[in-house]
Design a protein around this ligand. Structure first.
Ligand code: ZN
Length: 286
């Protein structure tokens, strides 16, 4: 099953990604139009959606899609979760998921956007698999963790590196939460729809040149490991968003370093899920 946020309304998406069925209309009001609210009734929604009629689907434009989770209560993101990326960043591989930060909710967008580059910044790319929670997770085992996932989507953890490492006690969240710095989508795909939920290819390219390519089997803390370990510290709530880390190939780890420039187009993908497309522009001068 695929769901998305079409101009603020929850839709079911056909398997080929071209057709939309409005959930509120198709369910005669049983489920509302709010894309975020559906995660609080995930099991009930999945049962209904399993028999939903998609033959009435109508075409839509991906440019009209918003984030599959527009207003999560928590966004949890992990750093240094692929060993080659930890090495290119100059760190040793962590033995516990300690490099945790958030992307504040205002930075979340849909899959196709224009992003203003902060003046004087070094804006970098990080393609990531994003998992969305479908059931409250508290002290869950790794074996049970996938049962708490509603679905998967593509994310870009755009990061302004100067802000990210500024100050005497650097923390990541501000430099990763600037406007438009959290594209997600294009839709949420339930884990049963992908070939292997524990081994998905992901990557990104700039102006057609491949920058990152990895596989989620190389995650240091897999999706279930991350959920299990985090759930021992705090509850993960329905609709919460987990950015699971980025593989090697970011700009700050290159020789010479490279950052996004006005006019660049960044395309990010997870095979079996979909792609994001960001075009970068200079911050308009006032
Ligand atoms: Zn990241």
């Amino acid at each position: 099953m695929r769901i998305a946020n079409l101009s603020g309304r929850l839709i079911l998406v056909t398997a080929d990604g071209t057709g939309a069925v409005d959930v509120e209309a198709a369910s005669s009001g049983r489920f509302g139009s709010n894309p975020q609210a559906v995660y609080d009734r995930w099991d009930e929604f999945r049962s209904w959606a399993a028999d939903a009629d998609l033959s009435t689907a109508t075409p839509f434009a991906v440019e009209e899609l918003g984030p599959p989770t527009p207003a999560p209560r928590q966004v949890l993101a992990i750093g240094l979760n692929y060993s080659e990326h930890a090495a290119e960043s100059g760190f040793t591989v962590p033995h516990a998921p300690t490099v945790m930060f958030t992307k504040w909710v205002s930075c979340l967008t849909g899959p196709v956007t224009e992003v203003a580059l902060p003046e004087g910044g070094h804006t970098d790319w990080e393609v990531e698999l994003v998992a969305v929670i479908g059931k409250t997770a508290r002290d869950v085992s790794e074996a049970d963790a996938w049962d708490h996932v509603a679905g998967l989507t593509v994310g870009q953890d755009l990061s302004e590196r100067i802000t990210q490492s500024a100050g005497p006690s650097p923390q990541f969240s501000l430099g990763k939460s600037l406007p438009g710095f959290g594209p997600t989508g294009p839709w949420l795909v339930t884990p049963d729809e992908v070939a292997d939920r524990d081994d998905l290819e992901l990557g990104c390219s700039i102006n057609g040149e491949q920058m990152q390519k990895g596989r989620t089997r190389d995650l240091i803390f897999s999706v279930p490991a991350m959920i299990s370990r985090l759930s021992q510290k705090l509850p993960l709530l329905p609709g919460d968003v987990l950015f699971t880390g980025t593989p090697a190939g970011v700009g700050v780890g290159r020789e010479p370093q490279r950052f996004l420039a006005p006019g660049d187009e960044l395309v990010s993908y997870v095979t079996g899920i979909g792609e994001l497309r960001q075009r970068f522009v200079a911050t308009p001068t006032t």
